[in-house]
Design a protein around this ligand. Structure first.
Ligand SMILES: Nc1nc(O)c(N)c(N[C@@H]2O[C@H](COP(=O)(O)O)[C@@H](O)[C@H]2O)n1
Length: 203
């Protein structure tokens, strides 16, 4: 049985945190499932960061990546990913946090005005993805009305990014590809990602 990584668990006070869950709520744009934050990777449009993250699990299988990215909804894309789990990269568990950080940075870089503003509105509060079943990326109720518990890896990556770029007032203009073997989209090495303005100027 998989052990729970208790040391990495955090408790969050709901009333003192920015908690997001559904994409149509005030801070729903923080979710990877949120519409309105398109990404461009090697000139391919990816509708949301969930699809990009799920596609990278299968970087050696362009056909699966295409199946994921061509879905109409990020939830369906995630279900497609589940269907192919046995073809995940062998190192996926070791690299998935790095890949998620990269996906979030691509989202910020290419949607700077909208996403930086949303992150700014969170102030310095804890950011938490509420999930009833995922205590790795998010956090769940623990029996106390005003608390959530979980590793909240997604919320912590968002807070890390807020610290690095928003609170430091440093615009993210370029995201380099990860230095890992086979970091591919549709069989091609992923190139550096540029912000909207750089993209417009250089292409
Ligand atoms: N909306 C939603 N529903 C769920 O059931 C979820 N588990 C999540 N979490 C998001 O899923 C992504 C991680 O996927 P894997 O579990 O690594 O395949 C990540 O974007 C979580 O925020 N969201």
């Amino acid at each position: 049985m998989m052990q729970r990584d208790i040391t990495n668990f955090r408790t969050y006070i709901i009333s003192e945190s920015v908690v997001f869950s559904k994409t149509n709520e005030a801070f729903g744009g923080l979710s990877n499932m949120a519409p309105g934050f398109p990404l461009f990777v090697n000139d391919n449009i990816v509708s949301n960061s969930e699809m990009l993250y799920q596609a990278m699990r299968f970087s050696l299988f362009p056909d699966i990546q295409y199946e994921i990215i061509s879905q109409n909804s990020p939830m369906t894309a995630k279900m497609i990913s589940k269907k192919h789990l046995e073809r995940s990269r062998q190192d996926w568990e070791q690299i998935k946090i790095k890949v998620m950080r990269w996906c979030l940075e691509v989202k910020l870089c290419q949607n700077w005005d909208k996403f930086s503003e949303l992150l700014k509105q969170t102030g310095t509060k804890s950011i938490v993805e509420f999930s009833t079943k995922d205590q790795f990326w998010g956090a769940s109720k623990n029996g106390y009305n005003n608390e959530l518990i979980g590793q909240n890896a997604l919320g912590r990556l968002l807070m890390e990014m807020r610290e690095k770029f928003i609170l430091q007032e440093k615009k993210l203009l370029k995201v380099s590809p990860l230095n890992i073997t086979g970091f591919l989209l549709y069989g091609n090495e992923i190139e550096s990602i540029y912000s909207d303005s750089v993209y417009t100027l250089e292409h």
